[in-house]
Design a protein around this ligand. Structure first.
Ligand SMILES: NC(=O)c1ccc[n+]([C@@H]2O[C@H](COP(=O)([O-])OP(=O)(O)OC[C@H]3O[C@@H](n4cnc5c(N)ncnc54)[C@H](O)[C@@H]3O)[C@@H](O)[C@H]2O)c1
Ligand SMILES: N[C@H](CO)Cc1c[nH]c[nH+]1
Ligand SMILES: [Zn+2]
Length: 448
């Protein structure tokens, strides 16, 4: 049994600075990563594929020749042949649910409202041209992230969807990642990861195409590179190290909370995972269940989980009152929020900021991570205060559409002219003055 203890943070005992520190994530201060990714970005800009091959050797311990960065059709076939057919069935099950959820999310292509007689205003939605989906492979492989990024992009209608993912030491892409790409309908998979992969799709290299946007989760190296390259490529919302807050009033077994604490904390030492409650006895019961669960995990995963749950970015937060507990969760704005309570729906209105809210003891975080339907790519680092989960809307943009009839025009032109004159724009004003009326009249006369 482990002698590591789960951190207990008593909210009422913290001063402002300590409470603020509890809200910090690894990605709250990226300066150390930014210093290191800048030369990587520059090398890819100058040397393209050759730099990608060098960095694969350096960071992924992989031998990938500069002219072999693209996964071949033979590699796709070999990947399919090498994995358990039941895993393929599961990937297809997940893909079906993800596709279904995102198809339901699609807006009407053209939405128009008649705000005055003869005045039509509205929105037209259409897809962006190209997107790169980053699929991590540092502390594990993530075929689920292929499905969670590429399927919403395809449903939205993006013409060019590519995948960038670090090669393994044998120089190939993780086989389930390739099969997931095939299931998602993506055939362009490139063997590059980390900051260098983000630079590759931002600049374009001899092999990797320049893309309009990059989405997908990643380590702080990836998040830092997205930030540095945001003037060249749309970096989407940050999806950095995984985060989870579990809220419970104590109406479920303590072991359930402990099980879920071990979910996102096993991603890596840079994750952030808390159980927040106002029930101190229940908190202690949860803390005492966790070590037995660590002993049922592999060494590396248990070590990551211990590091997170016994450190400053994890453990149990005990609030004096229910309102204090809920306020802490909203200040934190977690990526995932699990509400483990018998009557979980009663708390929904209390939570304003979270990437995802899972209600009730059967809405398991692991089900949502892998197969439920909504994307597991969610805003981290507090970005859930202003941004949303990855969805079809990340791959769509709106254009305002408007049309005025001849009859409606008159009711608007004089007002427009008045404001134009006030703002000092003669050209604008003339274009809706009697000069336009005369031009329109003479055009009408010419056509009769
Ligand atoms: N927020 C979300 O939606 C979401 C979803 C899934 C996963 N995640 C998170 O994604 C992350 C995945 O991280 P990962 O490490 O497994 O894979 P990763 O692919 O993001 O990172 C590995 C890459 O980082 C680069 N790297 C490693 N060490 C480096 C160094 N010293 N200098 C420069 N570059 C270096 C290498 O290029 C390597 O290929 C995890 O933190 C996980 O929690 C988040
Ligand atoms: N928890 C991740 C999102 O934060 C998703 C994931 C994929 N695999 C395991 N977990
Ligand atoms: Zn996870």
């Amino acid at each position: 049994m482990s002698d590591t203890l789960v951190s207990i943070h008593t909210l009422s005992a913290l001063d402002d600075a300590q409470r603020k520190a509890l809200l910090q994530r690894t990605e709250s201060d990226l300066s150390a990563f930014i210093d290191k990714v800048n030369p990587i970005i520059e090398a890819v800009r100058i040397d393209g594929d050759a730099a990608l091959a060098d960095f694969a050797r350096q960071f992924d311990k992989a031998q990938v020749a500069a002219d072999q960065l693209r996964a071949t059709t033979e590699e796709f076939s070999a990947a399919r042949a090498s994995i358990d057919p039941e895993l393929i069935t599961t990937l297809e099950f997940a893909a079906g649910n993800i596709r279904h959820f995102h198809e339901k999310q699609m807006p009407e292509t053209l939405v128009l409202h008649e705000t005055h007689r003869g005045v039509l205003v509205g929105d037209r939605w259409n897809a962006i041209d190209s997107v790169a989906c980053y699929v991590p492979r540092g502390k594990g492989s993530f075929p689920s992230s292929v499905l969670m990024t590429a399927i919403p992009a395809k449903v939205a209608g993006v013409r060019k969807v590519v995948i960038i993912t670090p090669p393994g030491p044998d120089g190939t892409v993780d086989p389930a990642t390739l099969v997931a790409a095939e299931i998602a309908g993506v055939s362009d998979v490139f063997k590059c990861g980390g900051a260098q992969a983000i630079a590759a799709v931002a600049f374009g290299t001899q092999t990797v195409p320049k893309c309009d946007k990059v989405v997908g989760p990643g380590s702080p190296w990836v998040v830092a590179a997205k930030k540095q390259l945001s003037s060249l490529i749309d970096p989407g919302s940050p999806a950095g190290p995984s985060e989870l807050i579990i809220f419970s009033d104590g109406s479920v077994p303590a072991e359930l909370v402990a099980l879920d604490l071990c979910v996102e904390s096993e991603h890596g030492p840079d994750s952030s995972v808390f159980f927040v409650t106002d029930n101190a006895d229940f908190a202690n019961a949860v803390a005492s269940c966790v070590p037995a669960l660590w002993s049922r995990m592999g060494n590396i995963r248990a070590q990551y989980s211990k590091t997170v749950l016994s450190g400053p970015r994890g453990g149990i937060v005990i609030a004096r009152t229910r309102a204090d507990a809920l306020a802490f969760v909203n200040d934190y704005a977690p990526e995932h929020l699990a509400v483990l309570a018998d009557n979980a729906w009663q708390y929904l209105a209390c939570f304003e900021h979270a990437g995802e809210i899972l209600l009730g003891p059967h809405s398991a975080i692991s089900v949502a991570n892998f197969v439920l339907g909504p994307s597991h790519v969610l805003p981290t680092g507090g970005a859930a205060k202003t941004t949303s989960p990855l969805s079809v809307f990340d791959f769509l943009k709106r254009t305002s559409i408007a049309s005025l009839s001849k009859e409606a025009y008159g009711g608007f032109a004089a007002h427009a002219e008045r404001l134009a004159r006030y703002e000092g724009f003669d050209g604008h004003a003339n274009a809706v003055s009697t000069i336009r009326d005369e031009a329109l009249r003479s055009a009408a006369g010419a056509s009769t």
